[in-house]
Design a protein around this ligand. Structure first.
Ligand SMILES: [Zn+2]
Length: 343
């Protein structure tokens, strides 16, 4: 089969590789669409350390089952599917306690952090364990289905936040995840949504997605601005979708005393932390990791026409042009929105 292989950092090669062989509990999916994630770009240049070459990346995908392993039940060739980006064990303590996204020895599709290597979906075929598959509703197409993974990451963060109807929310970082958080906040009853980003274009996109107010991160009195939009208090909840020292601080200073900060961005291993603001303000700081059961709800939102994902697709390109699109995304010459590669 053809695949887009990261042979060394910043060097992708579209080439022939052996077809995957399914384990008894796996199916082979013929990939129809796979989105490029921000984390793939930070893997492409080696900065995250989580895409050690050689590797086929790609974890936001959809396709059709081509073949099933001998132990597969309930799935057949021809089924249209998407799948979780996390591969987890069923008998793990965390999985059994409803926390499969945190399970021991979990693996992420298209990732190789040194302890394992699992090839992803920038390829014609991929082997997928049957327990992480989700069937596509008839009216959801493959490109929309490739967007389900990032939307599910956004929905997981909203679940972690415990949002109440009427809350004022701030979203720091208006990339794909931040934009879907904005869209889902509208569905979750936020009374006021404020987006913050360094990039004007992304803020324009955030506004189209439903942000009521936008603030450039270079603005020097962001907390005061937010208070002026919210009866003199800070926001009830801030979502941080970057993971940089400055953007985390922005999120913490954006919320009122007793408010919550949900951290989704993951770019920096260790940051400087405004300890006294958090302690004296009783601010709840919550981490949100990947997805834990949000796929069906996201597929339903799309199926029922409640969530538009098409307007966040920047480009649909052939997988053979993948190297060029990675380079453009790396140089920030594409977007806002998702680039989807089609084998
Ligand atoms: Zn991703």
């Amino acid at each position: 089969m053809k695949a887009l292989v990261l042979e060394k950092y910043k060097h992708l090669v579209y080439k022939d590789v052996p077809d995957p062989d399914p384990d008894p509990d796996e199916v082979i999916v013929r990939v129809k669409a796979c989105g490029i994630c921000g984390s793939d770009i930070h893997g492409y240049d080696g900065s995250s350390g989580r895409r050690i070459p050689p590797l086929i990346m790609g974890h936001e995908a959809s396709g059709v089952i081509a073949k099933t392993g001998s132990g597969v039940k309930g799935w057949k060739a021809g089924d249209r599917v998407t799948f979780d980006s996390t591969v987890y064990r069923m008998d793990d303590w965390f999985t059994l306690h409803g926390l499969y996204n945190l399970s021991d020895n979990r693996e992420v599709m298209g990732v190789s952090p040194g302890t394992y290597r699992r090839n992803g979906a920038f390829a014609e075929y991929i082997a997928i364990p049957q327990h992480i598959l989700y069937k596509l509703p008839e009216n959801v197409n493959f490109n929309q289905a490739a967007m389900v993974e990032p939307v599910a990451v956004a929905l997981h963060a909203i679940k972690i936040s415990g949002i109440h109807s009427g809350d004022t929310c701030v979203v720091v970082g208006a990339g794909v995840i931040g934009t879907f958080i904005i869209k889902l906040l509208r569905l979750s009853g936020a009374s006021c949504i404020i987006a913050i980003d360094v990039n004007d274009n992304k803020l324009l996109n955030a506004e189209k997605a439903g942000a009521d107010f936008t603030i450039l991160s270079s603005y020097d009195s962001i907390p005061e601005k937010i208070k002026s939009l919210n009866s003199g208090r800070g926001a009830d909840i801030a979502f941080e979708a970057m993971g940089l020292p400055e953007s985390v601080k922005t999120a913490i200073y954006a919320v009122r005393r007793g408010g919550k900060v949900v951290l989704i961005g993951n770019l920096t291993p260790v940051i400087d932390f405004p300890l006294q603001a958090v302690v004296t303000g009783e601010i709840k700081v919550l981490g949100s990791c990947a997805i834990c059961g949000e796929y069906e709800a996201v597929l339903n939102f799309i199926k029922m026409g409640k969530l538009n994902v098409d307007d966040q697709i920047f480009k649909i390109a052939p997988l053979s042009d993948g190297g060029e699109w990675f380079e453009r995304l790396y140089k920030k010459e594409a977007g806002p929105g998702k680039v989807i590669l089609v084998p």
